[in-house]
Design a protein around this ligand. Structure first.
Ligand code: GLP
Length: 243
């Protein structure tokens, strides 16, 4: 059963995440952070950057693994998840870019890339704390409804709804949104020692209710969190309104 924390707003959620990660880095300077894109983690990254500065925390040993990446998109494209993670996490936190990994969406190597990514996470000792957002359909990473709960990192097709949701990052033009992605599997995500899922706004209320109180099912990939020994769900009142 996931622990649910209801907060006033994204800022308060971000403060909780930031405190938790800052303490983790102090206790384990070479810890492994699981990173996510999307708007939900942004306040957390912002507060963490501030704590690192205010408390003079040494982050030189911190390692990171992102959840997912578009397939076939130039990594230098401003909306590639490589670019987004660099802009929102690596630079503001001052992490060593060589120690922060994003799945490789290059189409020539994508079939082996998933397995190699899971091996790299395992070789790093596994993820200590994984931050997660959630899609309106209950997806985590890019594990859309129907994804195997035991899946590893692999290529997936994006649903029409997710491409519509993400068109805002591509001049509002769905044709520019890649059709495929490479994403950590639910099985990969479940190996992290602590999962912290954040969701805000009433658009996420249904997905949050399914995640926390629905049956565990591949139809709501985030419901796998119910099986995790240490999962924390941080939501505002709107996202908690169907609980
Ligand atoms: C994308 C990402 C997910 C993210 C989701 C929700 O699909 N692949 O990791 O959780 O968007 O994004 P947001 O937090 O902006 O609502």
């Amino acid at each position: 059963m996931a622990e649910v924390i209801i907060v006033k707003n994204e800022d308060e959620a971000g403060e909780i995440y930031a405190r938790c990660v800052a303490d983790l880095i102090k206790a384990k300077p070479d810890c492994v952070l699981g990173l996510a894109t999307g708007s939900s983690p942004l306040a957390g990254y912002r507060h963490l950057a501030q704590l690192i500065k205010d408390e003079g925390i040494d982050v030189s040993g911190v390692r990171g693994f992102a959840l997912d990446e578009y397939a076939g998109l130039d990594p230098n494209h401003p909306e590639s998840y490589r670019s987004v993670i660099t802009r929102t996490v690596v630079e503001p936190l001052g992490l060593n870019p060589d120690q922060v990994h994003v799945p490789n969406g290059n189409l020539d190597t994508i079939r082996e890339a998933g397995h190699e990514y899971d091996e790299a996470i395992a070789a790093a000792g596994g993820v200590d704390l994984q931050i997660l957002g959630i899609g309106t359909d209950g997806h985590i990473g890019f594990n859309e409804p129907g994804s195997s709960l035991a899946s590893g990192t692999r290529i997936k097709t994006l649903t029409e709804q997710t491409r519509i949701d993400n068109a805002r990052f591509f001049d509002g033009d769905i044709d520019q949104v890649p059709t495929h992605c490479i994403t950590q599997g639910i099985g990969t995500i479940m190996k992290a020692r602590h999962l912290v899922l954040m969701a805000f706004g009433d658009g996420k209320a249904e997905a949050v209710a399914e995640t926390v109180e629905g049956g565990v099912s591949a139809l709501c990939p985030a419901s796998a969190l119910q099986l995790h020994p240490h999962a924390t769900v941080i939501v505002d009142e709107a996202a908690a309104s169907r609980l």
